[in-house]
Ligand binder design. Structure first.
Ligand code: VTB
Length: 330
């Protein structure tokens, strides 16, 4: 068992590099299949690479947010043990290829993502939908929440930012289920960045409005993606709330099995990802914050944002790798 280092109770800091390596590998494998129109193949390549790399780490890891539930027999299923077993007991949330369609179509903002926290610290969310609202750092606590009308959230955010509502941009997944939300936001005069997929990136983008043009993320996306985004906000700052959408008895039973009994609970990002958290995302396709993987003759470059909640360090690492295909991977 590795010893805890400062800050007290934190994860081993060497994991900063380790988590980054895992998402780099997944991103490179997915990027080889970028723009080929084959989502499954790109996803599988990312999963294989992530799993292989995770199993090299000296951790006793359990996948709590993964590729699916065990009976569906995917790799990196929820509950799968990863790592060598010779290290700290950690929870892992992963999405080896967030935005599979974006990657298959070579559209912006697909990412390889991973979050890691002490065992028992990440919300075990079933693979259902989650309502989400997120803003970046620098605002007073609680200025927006899931229960306020969308127009009020835009109004409060604009007031706190000191700009007219027309200068706010909301990021929303382009889905028919968001017709009312989109209408309500449009009525405020705010702009909307509609995205096809990739709401982990959408949430992270709120943390750097100057670079990304996005002030607030709103709407319903995947719950697993919600936990990953919450982990990122824990590190980089900002506010987020999420509420699972558990409409059917089957959904409720799944939530129950994961230890959730309050079906309507609003989770803050701190409740979704507690304690010391690491988050790493490597760009697969080019995006607002990260460049995608680039293939050069003989080498490959990746761009990764890797961060840690206990220290608040956010690193953007541009790495140059000798062409991985020359390595023996197993
Ligand atoms: C979002 C998005 C993902 O799923 O969470 C979305 O971030 C939600 O589900 O990239 P629907 O597609 O059913 O709306 C993804 O698109 C990935 O599947």
């Amino acid at each position: 068992m590795l010893e805890d280092r400062t800050p007290k109770g934190a994860l081993d800091r060497v994991l900063t590099v380790e988590v980054m390596r895992v998402t780099e590998r997944a991103a490179v494998s997915a990027a080889r299949l970028r723009g080929r129109g084959d989502e499954r193949a790109a996803d599988q390549a990312a999963v294989d690479a992530m799993r292989r790399e995770l199993n090299r780490l000296n951790i006793e890891g359990i996948v709590v947010i993964g590729e699916g539930e065990r009976d569906e027999a995917p790799m990196l299923y929820i509950g799968e043990a990863v790592g060598t077993g010779a290290g700290q007991r950690v929870d892992i949330a992963l999405d080896p290829l967030e935005g599979t369609t974006l990657c298959a179509k070579d559209m912006p903002n697909s990412l390889a993502t991973l979050a890691l926290a002490k065992g028992g610290s990440l919300l075990n969310a079933p693979d259902v939908y989650m309502e989400k609202i997120a803003i970046g750092p620098g605002y007073p606590p609680g200025i927006v929440d899931l229960d306020m009308p969308a127009a009020e959230a835009i109004r409060k955010l604009a007031a706190a930012k000191g700009v007219p509502m027309e200068e706010i941009t909301a990021c929303i997944l382009d889905r028919p289920r968001h017709a009312e939300l989109i209408q309500a936001v449009r009525e405020t005069g705010a702009a909307i960045r509609l995205i096809g997929d990739g709401d982990v990136a959408g949430v992270i983008h709120t943390t750097d409005p100057i670079e990304t043009g996005i002030d607030i993320y709103m709407g319903t996306g995947g719950a697993p993606e919600g936990v990953l985004a919450a982990a990122a906000l824990r590190c980089i700052g900002g506010q987020m709330q999420g509420r699972l959408i558990l409409k059917t008895e089957e959904h409720k039973a799944r939530a129950e099995r994961m230890g959730i009994s309050d079906y309507d609970k609003v989770y803050t990002h701190e409740e979704m990802a507690r304690g010391d958290v690491y988050f790493s995302a490597t760009g697969v396709t080019d995006g607002n914050l990260l460049k995608g993987v680039r293939f050069y003759p003989g080498y490959i470059t990746t761009e990764t944002i890797v961060m840690r909640s206990s220290t608040g360090t956010v690193r953007t690492i541009r790495a140059r790798h000798t062409d991985f295909s020359k390595f023996i991977l197993d």
